[in-house]
Design a protein around this ligand. Structure first.
Ligand SMILES: Cc1cc2nc3c(=O)[nH]c(=O)nc-3n(C[C@H](O)[C@H](O)[C@H](O)COP(=O)(O)OP(=O)(O)OC[C@H]3O[C@@H](n4cnc5c(N)ncnc54)[C@H](O)[C@@H]3O)c2cc1C
Length: 378
């Protein structure tokens, strides 16, 4: 598209990446954020996020993740801790086997390894094999969002602190200012349903993350990120002294991102401790040194939303539905979205509005996550 005026509302990873992309392509960009890029209540506002190419048989996300890894490194290599990600497979013929085949076909390095070589202590009973993606790792999430917003500003974008609401093809700020633009993109994370409930169908759920104190050998890098897809739990070692991260990936209860108290659910903590004690016995009884309440914005099929609003002739776009796995893709999705908005490429149908049907989940939990009493297979 020739240089145009674009308003991006929301400076989480998706909005900040898009503002950065468009500003560096020469567009006149205003990035409107109600609090601050990567703030604590945003879905992007945590210290760490896994980046892995493995997505079962899904080529689109496998490739997008690989492209994103390049783009994150271009932004700042220090944002990526290349610690590797280990897939703990319960079955020979499950998600991890599909992942392995896809990665090999795509030329993405991966190997079956002995899990005992990856962790200071690990119990492998119940595991069929462990698949390591050595080029995967962990993003320093909040810093990464701030870096995207800063590079957008350096490229000429204006960062505006305000609450915006849609008014047809315009964005109206809480001080009454109306922003007119060729395109307005609403990248509002968990706030999207309140603004566009007529066309967006998202479930917002409480997701708790736990950090446990552990000795030096548990440092990441060193210890890789890991995903136990069939048990719906993932984590990493101690990154920057934050503690060993363990996160149940079962769907939590409905959550209000504005008014919800950020207190973890006791059953989530119990689940994290049970898993830790089982899989990493040396950390049974490790002290809880931190916890964080976040939220997912779940679509029915765990595919994102990146689509033009049906009512505004391609001038209003909706971006979100991260479904617990969007962070890593931020810069690559922005690159694609620029092409869709300019008409250079047809939008990806799987990110469209309209009905979705439950499908294999692309986040770190299998299709049939266990209930909260016991992680499956533990
Ligand atoms: C616990 C947890 C673990 C995760 N782990 C991973 C992982 O390992 N790897 C991975 O790739 N992904 C992961 N994800 C998913 C990923 O973090 C999210 O999908 C992603 O951060 C969502 O980004 P976003 O930009 O859509 O939303 P957000 O980060 O929530 O940003 C939306 C922004 O819009 C702003 N906003 C909203 N409404 C308005 C308004 N009216 N006016 C102005 N501003 C507004 C908000 O303040 C906010 O800053 C995880 C998510 C959670 C919760």
């Amino acid at each position: 598209m020739p240089s145009s005026h674009v308003v991006v509302v929301g400076a989480g990873v998706l909005g900040a990446a898009l503002a950065d992309r468009l500003a560096r392509s020469g567009h006149d960009v205003a990035l409107v954020e109600q609090i601050a890029p990567g703030h604590v209540r945003s879905g992007s506002g945590d210290e760490s996020r896994l980046i892995r190419a493995g997505h079962g048989t899904d080529l689109l996300h496998t490739r997008m993740s690989r492209r994103a890894l390049e783009l994150w490194r271009e932004l700042d290599p220090g944002l990526v801790a290349q610690a590797g990600v280990a897939w703990l497979a319960h079955r020979e013929d499950g998600w991890e086997r599909d992942t392995e085949r896809t990665l090999r076909a795509e030329g993405v390095p991966c190997e079956r390894v002995d899990a005992a070589t990856l962790f200071p202590s690990v119990r492998t009973d119940g595991l069929a094999f462990t698949l390591l993606e050595p080029e995967a790792g962990i993003l320093h999430a909040r810093r990464a969002v701030q870096a995207l917003a800063a590079r957008a500003v350096a490229a000429g974008a204006r960062l505006v602190r305000a609450v915006a609401r849609p008014d047809g093809e315009r964005a109206v700020l809480d001080d009454g200012t109306t922003l007119e633009a060729d395109h307005v993109v609403w990248a509002c994370g968990a706030w999207l349903p309140a603004l566009f409930g007529d066309v967006v169908n998202l479930r917002i759920t409480q997701q708790d993350v736990f950090y446990f104190g552990a000795p030096g050998p548990w440092a990441t890098p060193g210890v890789p990120g890991w995903v136990d897809y069939d048990a719906a739990v993932y984590g990493l070692g101690d990154l920057d002294g934050r503690g060993v991260k363990v996160a149940p990936d079962v769907e939590g209860p409905p959550f209000d991102a504005d008014r919800g108290e950020r207190r973890v659910a006791p059953e989530h903590e119990r689940l994290a401790r049970t898993y830790l004690a089982h899989r990493f016995p040396a950390l049974a009884g490790a002290p809880l040194v931190g916890a964080r309440v976040c939220q997912y914005e779940l679509t029915a099929d765990s595919r994102f939303i990146a689509a033009a609003h049906p009512a505004h002739g391609g001038r209003v776009w909706l971006l979100g539905g991260g479904s617990g796995h969007a962070f890593k893709h931020g810069p690559a999705l922005a690159e694609r979205l620029e092409a869709w908005m300019t008409g250079a490429e047809e939008p990806e149908p799987c990110f469209g509005l309209g009905p979705r049907h439950p499908d294999v989940t692309l986040r770190t939990a299998g299709q049939d996550p266990p209930n909260l009493k016991e992680p499956k297979g533990v």
